[in-house]
Design a binder for this molecule. Sequence first.
Ligand code: KG4
Length: 337
Amino acid sequence: MIILSIETSCDETSVAVTNERQILSNVVATQIERHKIFGGVVPEIASRMHSEAILPVCNKAIENASITYKDIDAIAVTYAPGLIGALLVGVNFAKGLALSLKKPLIPVHHLRSHIAANYITHSDLKPPFLCLLVSGGNSVIARVNDYTDFQIIGRTHDDAAGECFDKCARAMGLDYPGGVNLDKIATEPDFSKYPLPVPSVSGCEYDFSFSGLKTAVVNLIHNNAQKGNEVDVPVLCATLKQRVCDILCNNTLKAAKDLGINTIAIAGGVSANSLLRKQMQNMCKEQGFSLYYPELKYCGDNAAMVGVQGYYEYLKGNTADESLNATATMPITEEMN
Ligand code: KG4
């Protein structure tokens, strides 16, 4: 089944052509350089840039897949959650295409598609498994009961892990996207030099809270600046990275153990983090879990993962008509019908 898929939830315009789990093309036009000067994504600029890029990106995806528009069986599109103006560009483009080609329209939840990035890389992976889903806007531990059946086991009570990385990196003077740059320059952690707190959520052992950690880093930077002390940025980056990864890994493995689940996956932009991948790998090996993570090129936002999840949504009958709307927030557990 040939699916043309569209992703415009944040700052990447992406269109892919997929056939079940196989990727025929995946074109990604990133807006990072444009947003960098503002230190973060400017929603209005993001929407405008998606409008300009969507048609050329779509044509390129068709060309790279060596197909024509007539060969498409269905259109999949990210419709929630994300920046509303950005999502609307993709949703309206998808609706127009589905109407003109007279093909089914498949709405895809953004976080579900991040999990599906693992299906691209690992042909043997199938539910049930536990997934740590960590991105710029979300941090959850989800039990994937089936391709379209999810249960939240743990979640953040405030900031997402990626948001914590990005805001701390910004306070340290690093360019957007901070998480990536923080990962690159981090050296060795030093908790005696930078004694960052170990946040936990009382009564919710699998949940996360990262805002206190973010505040501790920002205060540390300001206090040192006021005293005229220089902060060792690579060491602070490594210390923060270690703290966040410890929390993510410990909570996920504890949940897996308690629930009796042997297979763990990680997904979302932060799953590209070098330490998270390494530490998860070591801990899973030591404790006897099978671990899956996506190839680096499928960790960030891309339409290939939307096409793959779209295939499973289609099999489940989750299609929409021209009344489909974009939604800025929506839990991963919500059903279309
Ligand atoms: O999944 P994603 O591309 O977009 C959302 O759906 O949010 O995730 C973006 C987030 C950003 O916060 C970015 O800083 C973070 O993922 N990120 C990383 C790394 N690569 C991307 N954080 C830590 N280490 C990385 N290597």
